[in-house]
Design a protein around this ligand. Structure first.
Ligand code: 5GP
Length: 189
């Protein structure tokens, strides 16, 4: 997606270890106009799919997910990273965080992810695919169906894209980064 790539080149910053900092427009300060354009693009790419719910992981996935949910008129569920004491009947799985270098649990109430649900997962980054694997596990536990996985930014030099696509699920990324070597942002294609 041209608009996103241009913004990454303008405001994205490379950090050591293959990390792209986009907190000027996605991860901290957010640009709602760009968020909406990205959601429109997801809606276009999944137009053929039968979806009744959007799922994401807190916190950075929530903004793009809610824009997609708004455009499609569908509910948006976010997996929580802390188990709320008030929540019963939860589905729980473990996720390894690439940026924090540690594992954490994510959970969703069985009230909001159920057998028969056809879900689209939306998140900010696809790196090693660990958040995606966690979502696949939660969706399987619920007996629901994962219809697609949409990411704002994919880092093709990490293994997540290959891993998630090998499941047969439709994976879509709006900007695919081939390399961040020498802190130079290079896109695929
Ligand atoms: P994965 O689960 O695919 O291994 O990693 C994706 C998650 O790690 C994303 O939801 C995001 O929060 C974080 N992440 C991975 N790579 C980057 C990066 O280069 N920049 C930022 N800001 N977050 C990243």
């Amino acid at each position: 997606m041209k608009e996103l790539k241009a913004r990454i080149l303008k405001d994205g910053r490379c950090l050591p270890g293959g990390i792209l900092k986009v907190d000027n427009f996605i991860n901290h300060q957010m640009d709602p106009i760009l968020m909406k354009s990205m959601a429109v693009e997801f809606v276009r790419r999944y137009a053929h799919a039968d979806i009744n719910k959007i799922i994401t992981v807190e916190a950075s996935g929530i903004a793009p997910a809610i824009m997609v949910g708004y455009l499609l008129g569908l509910p948006v569920v976010f997996a929580k990273k802390q188990r709320p004491s008030t929540m019963e009947n939860m589905l729980v799985t473990e996720v390894f965080s690439f940026t924090k270098n540690k594992s954490y649990s994510i959970c969703v109430s069985k009230d909001y992810l159920k057998s028969g649900d056809k879900v689209l997962f939306i998140d900010d980054f696809l790196a090693n695919g660990n958040a995606g694997k966690g979502i696949i596990d939660l969706v399987n536990q619920a007996g629901a169906e994962l219809v697609g996985m949409g990411f704002l930014i994919e880092k093709a030099f990490q293994e997540g894209g290959e891993l998630l696509r090998s499941t047969g699920i439709q994976v879509e990324s709006l900007a695919i980064i081939e390399s961040l070597d020498n802190c130079e942002i290079r896109f695929k294609e």
